[in-house]
Design a protein around this ligand. Structure first.
Ligand SMILES: [Zn+2]
Length: 457
């Protein structure tokens, strides 16, 4: 498998599409949307049924504005579709012989969800991802230490390899499952200038460098780090720590399995990830409770909803991602015209504590700011059903190994006060010694624990 490399548009932007004036971007998007809707009506049994059920006339959908009010596509509908019409569901829209690759995602209930790709879809995924990684500072001719998981069929594996090749980047597909020692050994031997992985795993990897290879991570030749797969990279404290550990630029990217591999990328302004592909997808923001559309102006927040454009095998219309984001800006000095955002968490991860919306990543950010008295590792103990509680939220926080026991009460209260003043949420903090909590593995850190298991008193 080798994906032929293509050339970037300029030394600043991978594609001209990233720099289109808003009216031009909208025109390109509307045109691609009309084609995609006609394709869905002709080739997707799932959407034909959905249009009929909701009385939607597909020929009346002419612009992105016309999407407002159309039914969403929910993850559970895709799961049902996959179960009732294997292998790729009633929403498959390409013939069997056109499909050349299948990726899996983690799914919502443990059983994987599947998407198919035609050869053209692979190119589309590569093109969207190249724009994001180019914004992150990745360049043709670079070499990349691949520290996302390579297995399980996730998009951080093979699709990322294909995307690197499309950019003319040499991927070294070691994968997070190989473990810290192997990854660091390869980094020290090969000295690739790029590293990609989840922010907390790459923090852990860098911290282990002196023990494993006898050198600081910043002396291992890394120039640019790209992080994604969980929200941490958007937190100033996490980013600054990563930059200092690796001695490299650290920028965020965001994607998923349902629309592409990755398609949001942060530029040198480091103020959130740009929307980059008006020609290949539509990204809407909605209020997760009412479903009403939210204008993507600075400060606006909501859930991301995607419509794939120019997608053949598993196209989706108004797919609800459950990714909760905050818009950080609409005009950036880098010349990219798409708005920027940060992902603050999954809508499903949001807790409501005495009426206050709380994302676990926000708590993590505050605890990290209290280093070195604490390590930054923590668990939120959510021993209640669902997402809503009226009680103070129990937190287990690791204190530094050398913290004087006489100071435990003071540090505990500082954590509680910091969270109360910044987030208006009351917590009850229990301190545990450094090393008591599991470190991030290659997938994600579960900040929320439903039971108080395995935490020493
Ligand atoms: Zn920018």
């Amino acid at each position: 498998m080798y994906v032929k490399a293509v050339k970037p548009f300029s030394d600043r932007h991978w594609s001209q599409a990233e720099t289109l004036a808003p009216a031009d971007a909208r025109r390109v998007q509307d045109e691609a949307l009309r084609e995609q809707i006609a394709y869905l009506a002709a080739r997707s049994a799932f959407y034909r049924a959905k249009f009929a059920e909701h009385g939607v006339d597909p020929t009346a959908i002419r612009t992105v504005e016309d999407l407002d009010g159309l039914p969403f596509t929910e993850k559970h509908e895709l799961r049902d579709s996959l179960v009732s019409s294997p292998p790729l569901g009633a929403h498959v829209a390409a013939a069997d012989q056109e499909i050349v690759q299948i990726q899996a995602s983690s799914g919502t209930t443990g059983s994987p969800s599947y998407v198919g790709l035609t050869a053209s879809d692979i190119t589309t995924w590569c093109e969207m991802g190249a724009r994001a990684l180019y914004a992150n500072g990745f360049r043709p001719g670079d070499r990349l230490l691949h520290a996302f998981g390579m297995s399980k069929g996730f998009v951080g594996g093979l699709p990322l390899v294909q995307l690197a090749q499309y950019m003319g980047i040499v991927d070294i597909p070691i994968g997070a499952e190989a473990g810290v020692e192997r990854l660091l050994r390869v980094q020290a031997d090969q000295r690739p200038g790029l590293v990609a992985g989840t922010p907390y795993f790459l923090t852990y990897l860098a911290e282990k460098a002196p023990t494993v290879v006898g050198r600081e991570a910043r002396d291992l030749g890394v120039r640019a780090v790209s992080v994604g797969g969980e929200p941490g990279g958007g937190l100033t404290s996490v980013r600054e720590n990563l930059e200092s550990l690796w001695g490299a630029t650290v920028r965020e990217m965001l994607g998923g399995t349902d629309i592409g591999c990755l398609y949001w990328g942060e530029c040198e302004a480091v103020d959130g990830m740009h929307f980059l592909s008006p020609d290949l997808m539509v990204a809407e923001l909605i209020d997760p409770v009412t479903g009403a559309r939210v204008e993507p102006v600075a400060g606006a927040e909501g859930e991301l909803v995607y419509t794939a454009l120019r997608r053949q095998a598993s196209p989706l219309l108004r797919f609800r991602t459950r990714d909760h984001v905050v818009v950080t800006g609409t005009d950036c000095a880098c010349g990219r015209t798409g708005f920027t955002l940060r992902c603050v968490g999954r809508t499903d991860d949001m807790l409501i504590v005495r009426g206050i919306n709380l994302f676990p990543s926000a708590v993590k950010d505050l605890v990290l700011q209290l280093r070195p008295e604490v390590t930054g590792e923590l668990r939120i103990i959510a021993e209640f059903a669902g997402h809503v509680t009226q009680k103070p939220l129990p937190l287990v926080v690791e204190h530094a190994a050398d913290l004087d026991p006489a100071r435990h009460d003071e540090v505990r209260r500082r954590v509680e006060d910091q969270i109360k003043s910044a987030l208006n949420v009351r917590t009850v903090v229990e301190l545990v010694p450094e090393g008591a909590l599991d470190r991030p593995d290659h997938v994600k850190v579960a900040l929320v624990q439903r039971h108080r298991e395995g935490t020493p008193r």
